[in-house]
Design a protein. Structure first.
Length: 218
């Protein structure tokens, strides 16, 4: 589990294809000092497992599914990626609960500088948009961000200078693909309410009553 608070921007050393999937090597001056083989690290929002460590170089295996469902298959040597180690029980939950399981790849439709901030319009598919709410949380390339507006086929965010400087989002331009993960809490709530509404046994209100969340089913 992660929080969407980026600890470091790593640099891609290589991405080599394998009979099944690929091998990704990254340079990480900070995380490599504490990482161990088998550790989970979110790489631009995708949870990956460290397979080898050589100095500041970390290596990960990418499955065919990871290549299909994320932007990682398009990485090139020298590209920057957002890195976050797995959350420890004693860490601060500074962002929101992030699983590192990318729901879909979105695309930057608009980027405008307003004062010191950047305003982004992100194109996203229904499997992400269905779980977004205004002022709710969304993960973009591993970054915990706040949704401003939810629109038809897209949503908006505002990036402050600090976030633009310490993550890859400030380097992204129009048409750039981005990894998207909707808030896991929103997914569970949506599934619970859909199941309750379609149960034919009293609907959402009765389901909430049965679960002990409200008093009185009528």
């Amino acid at each position: 589990m992660f929080t969407g608070i980026i600890k470091e921007m790593g640099e891609v050393l290589s991405l080599r294809g394998k009979p099944s999937g690929a091998e990704l090597a990254l340079k990480s001056e900070l995380l490599s000092k504490e990482a161990a083989i088998g550790d989970s690290i979110a790489v631009s929002g995708a949870c990956l497992t460290v397979t080898s460590i050589k100095g500041a170089a970390l290596t990960f295996d990418l499955s065919d599914e990871t290549l299909r469902a994320t932007t990682l298959g398009g990485l090139k040597s020298g590209d920057k990626v957002n890195l976050e180690p797995a959350l420890r029980a004693t860490d601060q939950l500074g962002g929101h609960i992030v699983t590192g399981h990318v729901d879909a790849v979105g695309r930057i439709k608009e980027k405008e500088k307003v004062g010191d901030n950047f305003h982004f319009l992100i194109e996203a598919p229904p499997q992400v948009l269905d779980y977004l709410v205004e002022k709710g949380s969304v993960t973009i390339d591993g970054i915990s961000l706040t949704v401003v507006d939810v629109l038809k086929g897209s949503f908006t965010i505002v990036i402050i200078p600090h976030t633009a400087n310490v993550t890859t989002i400030g380097r992204k331009g129009i048409s750039s693909p981005v990894n998207l993960e909707a808030d896991i809490i929103g997914k569970y709530v949506a599934k619970f309410t859909r199941n309750a509404a379609g149960s034919g046994g009293g609907g959402i209100k009765k389901a909430l009553f049965d679960a002990g969340y409200i008093k009185g089913a009528d």
